[in-house]
Design a binder for this molecule. Structure first.
Ligand code: ASP
Length: 364
């Protein structure tokens, strides 16, 4: 009896496995047929027509309001963004790579003191400058990052060398600089990073701390990180981000920028993202990869994925900031949950667009 039951049981089990295997094969074939960009149209509207090549940049997000900026200052930001867009666009137009384009755009912004990267980096609590940067190539998902470097004029170039010339992804502090010394990179004295504006921001931040140790709500501390994402004529995507971090940061604090998947991410399978905002929250929500993952696994459009992550998930968690992104079909996105983000894009054959305040939209 027991034997008969066992025999019957095995037969039932075999049939069960047979049906299950069949269902899995059908499901697998179905999944193979789902093109994320096609499925995207069912779940959310993709923004922009989709460009053959183009780039999107940001110069930081935060409490940027009209009463804080003079017209002259606004113009300055627009011009700086425009210069970065043009540098990247020229490369793309000439058939250059997305990686070269994002580096060129970020270098321009690193050299511009109004942004919190390179020359205009914010100060640590010790009155020093510790810079973070990262790049990622969507074609092979290779990446390079540096954190806490103190003597590079353009940390983004060192991040690229980590990617191209070392077997590693991230290098920090002195070690990163020793690695960089093998190459022909421009180094600078600490004075190079001194700007009156950032110094005053440090004094304000330190004074405020005397009355409140909760500095998470002070969004003035996180404006000006720079980043760029691009798609080239070959359909390759790339992302690059560079920052001085947060004013008054302590104890070797490293933000989201050099953490691959948090502040910087690129994959030709979905999208390239560069983020700016309160880094700790971007790390904890793995913001950049999360956006691309939603496209890959849920078939969402770039815009739907970026809004879900930045406006809902990140914001609900207490994180403020924004992202710029471009997807494998050339749709782009600029999403922010703060009053402002310095930003711009230039797509093949279209007029360049730059904006500062949230209500200026994304130029679609
Ligand atoms: N995300 C940067 C950091 O936390 C700051 C910023 O974007 O302004 O280091």
């Amino acid at each position: 009896m027991r034997e008969a039951m066992a025999v019957d049981g095995r037969a039932v089990l075999r049939r069960g496995w047979g049906i299950l295997t069949l269902l899995m094969v059908v499901a697998f074939l179905g999944a193979c047929e789902t093109d994320p960009s096609e499925a995207a149209n069912e779940t959310g509207e993709a923004l922009g027509a989709g460009t053959e090549y183009g780039l999107v940049i940001h110069g930081g997000a935060g409490t940027i309001t009209r009463d804080q900026l003079t017209e002259e200052r606004e113009d300055h930001y627009h011009q700086a963004l425009r210069a970065a867009l043009d540098a990247g666009y020229e490369i793309l137009e000439a058939g250059g790579s997305a990686m070269d384009a994002v580096i060129a755009a970020v270098v321009i912004m690193e050299d511009e003191p109004v942004f919190n990267a390179g020359r205009g980096a914010v100060f640590t609590s010790e009155g020093t400058n510790e810079l973070d940067a990262a790049v990622m190539d969507g074609a092979d998902r290779n990446a390079g990052a540096v954190a806490g470097v103190t003597s590079l004029k353009n940390p983004i170039q060192l991040a690229r060398l980590v990617m191209d010339e070392s077997p590693h992804v991230m290098m920090v502090g002195e070690g990163a600089e020793t690695f960089g010394a093998q190459f022909d990179l421009e180094t600078v004295d600490p004075d190079y990073y001194f700007t009156e504006e950032r110094w005053e921001a440090l004094q304000r931040a330190q004074e405020a701390e005397e009355v409140s140790v909760d500095w998470r709500g002070d969004e003035n501390r996180m404006m000006g990180t720079v980043g760029a994402v691009a798609r080239d004529r070959d359909g390759n995507l790339a992302a690059a981000t560079s920052t001085g971090g947060m004013t008054n940061k302590r104890f070797g604090r490293v933000g989201d920028v050099p953490v691959i998947g948090a502040g910087t991410y690129a994959s030709n399978a979905s999208c390239a993202v560069s983020a700016t905002g309160h880094g700790e929250y971007f790390i904890r929500n793995v913001v950049s990869r999360e956006i691309c993952a939603r496209m890959e696994h849920r078939g969402e459009t770039l815009q739907a994925a970026a809004e879900a992550v930045v406006m809902d998930q990140l914001y609900d968690h207490g994180g403020t900031g924004g992202i710029v992104a471009i997807d494998r079909d050339g749709h782009f996105s600029m999403v922010l949950n703060t009053p402002g983000m310095y930003r711009g894009h230039r797509m093949a054959g279209a007029e360049p667009f730059t904006a500062i305040y949230a209500d200026e939209g994304d130029g679609h």
